[in-house]
Write a protein that binds this ligand. Structure first.
Ligand code: GLA
Length: 721
């Protein structure tokens, strides 16, 4: 996977589909020679093109063609000639510039964990790591770049570690990587959006200048995802070159693509340097989060496949990583805060009858919480609502044959709570300033160890008090009023320390409760990122439960995150977020594209609706392996239609889903060709009472019936004969 050619001082990193070549120049500068489709051998006869460029500074007066401003640098720092966005900045008694030069390297099988941070993992058979040590002799600063090559998964991960030498430094900025491309013929693809409309797939042509996304909300946010891809403008689902990058992090981040006057492109990603400064005393080190890099020439389908497989096998951990996930019912939209134990049990009983496997009690079970104005922080069951406590309720749910799950929002505190009255200083605040509110709640200061310990213990106590098999971990506001101006005016460490505190809490709870399935949530997808997926193998994709609204949210989410990780619920009509009335069939078909759940009051439904739900649940159980672990294809998307197929790894089962939003007069016939099937096999579809060759379905395709109905959908399941 990693070859080092001493004579040319070249590292050639190879994965299944791509090559990544780094060279150490004579003056020990580290540059990127190639990143793209796999090549057997990098000859180095394809020389670096040096050119005297006006206003591009030179490190030596003897050679006007050599400039940091124009070379494809492997890890950039500016101040000595490179005017592009840098990967690192420190300030110390020598100023802010760094002259990072190669010092040493080591190559080893396997991959180390990143201290305190979530990171990908793999054993010695599947991953090999290169560490390159760069050194600035004047300031005695060392930077260690790590490259872990997952050959078969078609991924290289990168991270950077800074080590202070004999003097203290202020680390002003540290990205996980920068990467220079020799041209700018790209579109930038990101996932943007807003609350209730997360992960909108956004394409922006790259022109001269800089395109960047990021967050300074203390969470990755509803409107930004730590993901960026550069795609050739002609890339389609099936073909075209795409370079993609993810950051395994849940807090403030930045990602950008920047073009230069001479039409090169720099891609970069890492911690956001806004409100960031870390003080390193002599000998101390700082580790960046890890980034995942990949390349494919197989279009967006190829990118999605690599991303899903990598996340499923090398990022999601624990008991549930490779397990089919239970179909759940969540009481939130069914009851909101207005429930009693009897109400919950009648809901659970209906759920059990239709075959649902997990009952989740959402917000409102603790303290005196009957609205969203109080009690966050008081993780003690409300005996008025639950006279038999969580233990009694869990037992009754278990007796119905279901697992019992519970909602928490542990990072928060209400002003009207015992916790706040006892520890007002645990809420993030600036002394002398009033609070800033959001949903009337405040954020606990996770940069303080004792606050994290309180969260660990209070959540553990609840989990130990009853038979709880699932936790929905919510986070319903962003962070403001950070106090570091008082603590130490030289530091801006708060946001990252908060995330490190959160990761410590989650790591501890993962270890203490290996048999609890965790699902992350932040008002839906406000923190749906790879940092959280490391600790919690599924995420509630959006509070928007409207089947039509969900189409683009789910499409964006599953562009990069596995379908198994995407919580997707069927809810009541008229829909609570948008007021739309869609058929139950369409709500079911759309939710079955992810990790299926229900979120409505089943006791209010007609018996025919309950029968339909029972059928949906039964169907999902028969296709769950395919949906949750199979390969996912986006087949067709227009302003009015969406079509997908999921196919099991052994190609024996195919789930085809089609949705048409609005009915139109005299609409043309719609034909959809399936993908990924076994061309030699025959597939039988019970609903159609018909058999088709795999090659027929892929080449002729299916003609969608002409139905004059809005929000029409269909799902066909094909099994290999
Ligand atoms: C957030 C979540 C919802 C629900 C509520 C409860 O908005 O996204 O699913 O849990 O909190 O207050």
């Amino acid at each position: 996977m990693i070859e080092y050619k001493e004579c040319k001082r070249l590292f050639h990193l190879k994965t299944r589909e791509f090559s990544y070549v780094i060279q150490i120049l004579e003056n020990n500068l580290l540059i990127n020679r190639y990143f793209g489709k796999k090549i057997k051998y990098f000859s180095d006869d394809n020389k670096i093109a040096y050119q005297d460029r006006a206003f591009s500074p030179n490190p030596t007066s003897k050679d006007r063609t050599f400039s940091l401003d124009t070379l494809p640098l492997e890890f950039s720092s500016n101040g000595l000639g490179d005017f592009r966005t840098s990967a690192i900045e420190v300030s110390n008694e020598y100023g802010t510039a760094l002259d990072l030069k190669y010092k040493s390297h080591r190559i080893y099988q396997g991959k180390d964990y990143l201290k305190g941070l979530p990171a990908s993992f793999g054993n010695e058979d599947v991953v090999e790591t290169l560490e390159i040590e760069l050194y600035d002799s004047l300031s005695d600063v060392t930077v260690v770049l790590s490259y872990s090559v997952f050959e078969e998964r078609n991924v290289i991960t990168r991270s950077a570690k800074v080590i202070a030498g004999k003097t203290a430094i202020h680390l002003e900025k540290l990205l996980s990587f920068t990467l220079d491309f020799p041209h700018k013929d790209f579109d930038v693809h990101t996932l943007t959006g807003r609350y209730g409309y997360e992960k909108e797939w956004t394409k922006t042509p790259l022109t001269q200048g800089k395109y960047s996304i990021g967050s300074i909300r203390g969470a990755s946010s509803h409107s930004r995802t730590p993901f960026i891809a550069l795609a050739s403008p002609e890339a389609t689902e099936q073909s075209g070159e795409i370079y993609s990058a993810h950051l395994i992090y849940s807090g403030n981040f930045t990602a950008f693509a920047e073009t230069t006057a001479i039409h090169t492109t720099r891609l970069g990603m890492g911690l956001n340097d806004e409100k960031f400064r870390w003080v390193l005393e002599p000998g101390q080190e700082f580790q960046s989060p890890e980034a995942i890099l990949s390349y494919t020439d197989k279009g967006f389908t190829g990118m999605t496949r690599d991303s899903h497989e990598f996340i499923r096998h090398h990022l999601t951990r624990g008991t549930f990583a490779q397990k089919e996930r239970p179909i759940l019912i969540n009481n939130w939209e069914g009851t909101y805060f207005d429930f009693t134990e009897d109400k919950l049990i009648s809901l659970a009983s209906e759920a059990a009858k239709v075959g649902i496997e997990l009952f989740v009690l959402d917000d409102g079970w603790f303290g005196k919480r009957n609205s969203d104005t109080c009690s966050l922080g008081d993780w003690v069951e409300n005996r008025e609502k639950l006279p038999n406590g969580l233990k009694g309720l869990a037992k009754k749910v278990n007796d119905l044959g279901m697992t019992f799950g519970l909602w928490f929002e542990p990072e928060m505190v209400s002003e009207d709570s015992d916790l706040y009255r006892e520890h007002p200083n645990w809420a993030i605040q600036i002394t002398g300033r009033g609070h800033t509110y959001s949903r009337e709640q405040l954020v606990l200061d996770l940069s303080q160890d004792e606050v994290c310990d309180y969260i660990i213990e209070s959540v553990s106590n609840v989990l130990n008090s009853a038979n709880i098999g699932y936790v929905k971990w919510d986070m319903n506001r962003n962070i403001t009023n950070i106090p570091e101006n008082q603590a130490n005016h030289e530091k801006h460490e708060f946001y990252h320390r908060y995330i490190l505190g959160l990761y410590r809490i989650l790591e501890t709870l993962n270890q203490r409760f290996p048999n609890v399935l965790f699902e992350s949530c932040s008002g839906g997808g406000g923190r749906n990122d790879l940092g959280m997926l490391y600790y919690m193998p599924q995420a509630w994709a959006s509070d928007n439960t409207d089947a039509i609204g969900r189409l683009s949210i789910q499409e964006g989410t599953s562009l990069i995150y596995p379908t198994i990780s995407m919580g997707s619920h069927v809810s009541a009509v008229p829909n609570h977020q948008v007021g739309r009335i869609t058929p139950l069939e369409t709500r079911g078909n759309v939710a079955m594209l992810g990790n299926l759940g229900y979120e409505l009051d089943l006791t209010q439904l007609e018996s025919s609706e309950l029968e339909e739900i029972a059928e949906q649940v039964e169907t999902y159980k028969s296709i769950r392996q395919t949906v949750q672990f199979g390969d996912y294809y986006r087949l067709q998307k227009t302003d009015n239609t969406y079509a997908y197929n999921l196919i099991s790894k052994d190609k024996s089962q195919v789930v085809f889903t089609f949705v048409k939003i609005l009915s139109q007069p005299e609409a043309p016939f719609i034909r959809v060709r399936l993908e990924g099937l076994d061309p030699e096999a025959t597939y039988y579809c019970e609903k159609l009472s018909a058999s088709f060759g795999g090659d027929e379905l892929m080449n002729i395709g299916l003609t969608i019936p002409y139905v004059q109905k809005d929000y029409f959908s269909l799902q066909y399941i094909f099994n290999k004969k």
